[in-house]
Design a protein around this ligand. Structure first.
Ligand code: DAT
Ligand code: MG
Length: 153
């Protein structure tokens, strides 16, 4: 059985502000397994598919302009409960309402520049991983300290 996976992207503001290491470090320290990572300037087509659910929203074209404006750091993380946990680490969509300690709570102030994306459920994560990554770009590997990562219960 494939373990739970989620798609995470550091948006262009996070890259431009030099926050890649800070953000990657939070997921790494948490203990999730990184199984894919790349920097990509998304095409408009990719961005419009990724945010397709928001197509009718007034902020849609600005959102697509922003996400295609420069490099994004896209990744796939794997682990039990990773989808919900990553959303918790990311914090609320509106950074001013995001709790301190979360990525958006600590690192952002503006909803249109909220530094990071994370899948919001299993269907979305499967769709987004398939949209952003080829299967060959995803690495199946076992951390050498796996014994320390698994649940004891
Ligand atoms: P999230 O990224 O937390 O899943 P979402 O899916 O509701 O939030 O929206 C996707 C992105 O669109 C969000 O990260 C920032 C932008 N966005 C959402 N609501 C917005 C608004 N009212 N004005 C401007 N941008 C908005
Ligand atoms: Mg969303």
């Amino acid at each position: 059985m494939v373990a739970e996976r989620t798609f995470i992207a550091i948006k262009p503001d996070g890259v431009q502000r030099g926050l890649i290491g800070e953000i990657l470090g939070r997921f790494e320290r948490k203990g999730f397994k990184l199984i894919a990572l790349k920097q990509i300037i998304p095409s408009r087509e990719l961005a419009e598919k990724h945010y397709g659910i928001h197509r009718e929203k007034p902020f849609f074209s600005g959102l697509v302009d922003f996400i295609t404006s420069g490099p994004v750091v896209a990744m796939v993380l794997e682990g039990d409960g990773v989808i919900t946990s990553a959303r918790t680490l990311i914090g609320a969509t509106k950074p001013l309402e995001a709790n301190p300690g979360t990525i958006r709570g600590d690192l952002a102030v503006n909803i249109g520049r909220n530094v990071i994306h994370g899948s919001d459920g299993p269907d979305t994560s499967a769709f987004e991983i398939g949209l952003w990554f080829q299967p060959s770009e995803i690495n199946n590997w076992s951390p050498s300290d796996q014994i320390w990562r698994v649940e004891s219960e």
